[in-house]
Design a protein around this ligand. Structure first.
Ligand code: HEC
Ligand code: HEC
Ligand code: HEC
Length: 300
């Protein structure tokens, strides 16, 4: 188990370090500011959030160790089986109720074998109770026990579900490299930095009427995006994700950008650049970069 530092505490810490050089008055301001914050935000001390660590044995139920996402599919089965139990209890259909509760119990009992570290999280006596009540045909009791079991599901999900999804099922770009014409294979991050340089170069140069520079940067950006586009199929076997971000609509935007640069139109250039940055960079970032950042932060 490990806890994440509050960002503001980091900030105050960083500020205090700087003050040793800048003198006492600044330091005093920082202290005052800190006390003010403490006064105005009485709940601040409780803002620390503890993040549970995922048990090691979960790894074996996911790619790349496993061929399938076994844990996730066991979960889908549990939810389906619970729904069937609930519906057949309401219909008072005992044979079908038995069929689904047997499946459910078998799957649930696999959980502590799959991840022994989670033994404590699992209320196995409720499962035994469910079994007894189903065999007695006590439909009302079955429904009540099911409600308690579903609280057990939620308790574990609160702590671990999002973490496991980020850890095991989000794209990992650390192994992806981009073929750059000049520099050979470069890391994803370095390619991103280069994209960002060209975007800003277009903006700076067009604002200052250095149209040749702007044009060169726009051409550079196009080449870089083409190189980036070739890497999508490492993970995406289908075209649509690529098309959505880098397809004809984006190509047209880049054409229009080149046009406004060619016509020496600073305002229109800024507008086209903004549109391209949103529909190409920001849209991909909302899927891939944010999750990638969270993944790095939680699982360095
Ligand atoms: C000991 C921990 C634990 C327990 C108990 C548990 N789960 Fe999960 N569950 C997880 C984790 C971890 C994930 C995230 C898996 C992933 O995203 O790959 C998950 C994900 C799921 C999902 C997929 C996410 C979604 O909402 O679509 C379903 C469905 C699910 N669980 C159903 C259940 C049901 C039903 C129960 C109770 C009978 C249950 N789980 C009990 C740990 C648990
Ligand atoms: C390291 C693997 C990986 C790479 C490389 C990758 N993606 Fe993805 N991408 C995924 C995964 C995993 C998902 C989530 C679900 C899926 O498979 O569609 C996803 C989802 C998406 C989505 C949202 C789902 C959709 O169909 O619209 C878009 C858009 C997308 N990727 C665009 C891109 C583009 C554009 C590139 C290349 C510039 C790219 N991705 C490169 C793994 C990757
Ligand atoms: C796959 C879709 C995708 C597209 C399209 C994309 N990015 Fe990124 N970008 C990423 C991912 C993923 C990361 C995080 C990389 C990592 O985790 O190593 C990232 C990170 C970055 C970073 C941070 C680099 C650093 O120093 O940490 C910058 C800056 C950036 N992108 C700029 C851009 C710009 C500008 C564009 C558009 C011209 C763009 N990106 C288009 C996926 C994309």
């Amino acid at each position: 188990m490990w806890s994440k530092q509050r960002p503001l505490a980091d900030l105050q810490h960083a500020n205090t370090k700087h003050t040793t050089r800048q003198g006492v008055s600044v330091q005093l301001t920082v202290v005052l500011l800190a006390s003010l914050l403490a006064l105005t935000q009485p709940t601040f001390a409780n803002n620390e959030k503890t993040i549970e660590q995922l048990p090691d044995s979960l790894d074996q139920w996911y790619k790349p160790v496993n061929k399938r996402q076994v844990w996730l599919h066991t979960m889908f089965a549990l939810r389906r089986e619970m729904q069937a139990i609930d519906e057949y209890a309401a219909l008072r259909d005992l044979p079908r109720l038995k069929k689904w509760s047997n499946k459910f119990i078998q799957h649930f009992n696999q959980l502590p074998e799959m991840v022994p570290e989670w033994d404590d999280e699992l209320e196995l006596d409720e499962i035994t109770r469910l079994d007894t009540e189903v065999n007695q045909g006590d439909f009302k009791a079955v429904t009540q026990t099911l409600a308690r079991i579903s609280r057990n599901c939620r308790a574990c999900h609160r702590d671990y579900r999002a973490l496991a999804a980020v850890r095991f099922r989000t794209a990992d770009f650390s192994q992806v490299s981009i073929s750059d014409n000049e520099q050979g294979e470069i890391s994803y991050n370095d390619h991103m930095k280069a994209l960002s340089l060209n975007i800003n170069r277009i903006k700076i140069a067009s604002e200052d009427s250095r149209w040749n520079s702007a044009q060169q940067a726009a051409e550079g950006l196009r080449v870089q995006l083409e190189q980036l586009g070739k890497s999508c199929n490492i993970c995406h076997k289908d075209q649509p994700p690529y098309e959505r971000i880098l397809g004809p609509a984006s190509q047209q935007m880049l054409d229009e950008l080149a046009q406004t640069i060619h016509q020496h139109q600073p305002k229109l250039t800024a507008r086209k650049l903004g549109e391209a940055a949103v529909s190409i960079c920001a849209r991909c970032h909302s899927v891939h970069r944010s999750l990638s950042d969270i993944r790095h932060q939680l699982f360095p």
